[in-house]
Design a protein. Structure first.
Length: 340
C-alpha cells in the first residue's frame, strides 16, 4: 500500500503544494503551542468563564480548545503553503505570525489582570472608552509585568517551531527520504482536512447561530481568533439592532400633548457610578495602591464602604443597560427591547 502511495506522488512539480505543506509545518506547530499555553493559563486564571473545577472538566476544556484551534492552525497552514514565491510566502507568514502574537498578548494580558478572555463585555468596554479614559488607565494602572509570561511563551514556541523548520527544510539525501516527506505531508494534510470539516459542519453553525441570536458567545472552549471574530460579529449585529430601534423610536407619532394643569417642576436625580470589582481596589484589600482618594475619605470617616452592594454586571456599560431599563439578568430578550 505504501509503495502504491509513493508511486503516485513521485512527480515533485505536481505535488509541490504537499512539499510546501511539509516544509511549512512550523506555522501550525507555533500556533498550537501558543494555544496550549494560553489554555493552561486560562484554566488557572479564567474564573469568569470556568464553570468546571474538577480535573476531568479541565481536561475536557483543554481538549475542546485544542480541537477548535486545529481549525485555525489548518487554515493558516494551507494559506502559507499556497504561494510558490518565497517572498509572498514570507509576507503571508509574517502577517499570520503578527496576528497570532497580538491575539496571544491581548488574551494573556486580560487573563493575568482581569481573569477573563476577550469577550462581549470586554468589547463593550473598549467601544465605550474615550481617549481621556484610556490615557488615565495607561498612566495610572497599566503595567508591562503581565506581558512577561506571554513573551516567554512566544520565545518558547518560536524556538520549537524553528527546530521543526530546520528538520523539514533540510535536503533529502536519497529518493526514499523525499518520498517519505511527501507521504508524511499527505497524511498530515488529510488529517487536517478531516478535522476542519468536522469542526465546520458540527460545532461552528451552532455557535455562530447563538452569536447572531443573542449577541454574545460562550467563550469557554474556543480559540482566541474565534473569540475575536464572533464577539466582534455579535457586537456589530447588536449595534445595528440598537440603531434600528432608536430610529423607530424617533419616528413614533406621539400625537398632540395637552397639559390641563400646570404643575411645579419635578426634579429627578439619577446617580450613575462606575462599576468596579472590589477585589481590584486598594480600599478593599488589593495590594496595589490605586484608590488613594477613597482611602483618605475612609480614614476621615467621610465615606461609607459598602460590603453588600452587587452590580448587575461586571462593567459599567452593561450595568447601565440593566439599571436604566426593565431588563433583568433572567430576561430572555436584549435590553433595548425593554422600556426605559
Amino acid at each position: 500500500m505504501l509503495q502504491k502511495l509513493t508511486a503516485c506522488i513521485q512527480d515533485t512539480h505536481k505535488f509541490g503544494f504537499l512539499s510546501r505543506l511539509y516544509e511549512r509545518l512550523w506555522l501550525p506547530i507555533f500556533l498550537l503551542i501558543l494555544q496550549g499555553l494560553l489554555t493552561y493559563h486560562f484554566l488557572s486564571r479564567g474564573e469568569s468563564f470556568l464553570a468546571q473545577d474538577s480535573m476531568m472538566g479541565s481536561v475536557a476544556i483543554f481538549i475542546k480548545c485544542m480541537f477548535r484551534a486545529t481549525l485555525w492552525a489548518s487554515l493558516f497552514w494551507w494559506l502559507v503553503a499556497l504561494p510558490k514565491s518565497t517572498k509572498i510566502y514570507r509576507g503571508i507568514a509574517a502577517l499570520v505570525i503578527l496576528l497570532v502574537v497580538i491575539a496571544h498578548l491581548l488574551e494573556s494580558f486580560l487573563l493575568s489582570v482581569y481573569g477573563m478572555c476577550f469577550s462581549h463585555p470586554v468589547l463593550l468596554v473598549l467601544a465605550g472608552t474615550n481617549s481621556q479614559e484610556a490615557q488615565e488607565y495607561w498612566n495610572s494602572t497599566f503595567s508591562l509585568l503581565p506581558f512577561i509570561r506571554p513573551c516567554l511563551e512566544i520565545v518558547l514556541a518560536s524556538a520549537f517551531s524553528y527546530i521543526v523548520l530546520r528538520m523539514t527544510q533540510r535536503s533529502q539525501r536519497t529518493k526514499q527520504e523525499a518520498q517519505k516527506k511527501r507521504v508524511v505531508a499527505i497524511i498530515l494534510y488529510g488529517v487536517s482536512v478531516l478535522l476542519t470539516l468536522v469542526i465546520l459542519l458540527i460545532p461552528t453553525p451552532h455557535t455562530y447561530e447563538w452569536v447572531m441570536q443573542f449577541g454574545t458567545a460562550f467563550d469557554q472552549t474556543i480559540s482566541p481568533f474565534d473569540r475575536i471574530v464572533w464577539n466582534s460579529i455579535g457586537f456589530i449585529h447588536e449595534k445595528q439592532k440598537i440603531e434600528k430601534a432608536a430610529k423607530e423610536m424617533h419616528q413614533l407619532d406621539l400625537g398632540k400633548l395637552q397639559v390641563s394643569q400646570q404643575n411645579q417642576n419635578t426634579a429627578i436625580v439619577i446617580i450613575i457610578g462606575e462599576t468596579l470589582r472590589r477585589d481590584y481596589m486598594h480600599c478593599y484589600g488589593y495590594p496595589l495602591n490605586n484608590t488613594p482618594h477613597l482611602d483618605s475619605l475612609l480614614a476621615t470617616g467621610d465615606m461609607i464602604k459598602y460590603t453588600d452592594v452587587i452590580s448587575p454586571a461586571s462593567n459599567t456599560i452593561e450595568s447601565l443597560t440593566k439599571v436604566l431599563t426593565m431588563q433583568q439578568n433572567e430576561s430572555s430578550k436584549p435590553w433595548y427591547e425593554y422600556p426605559t
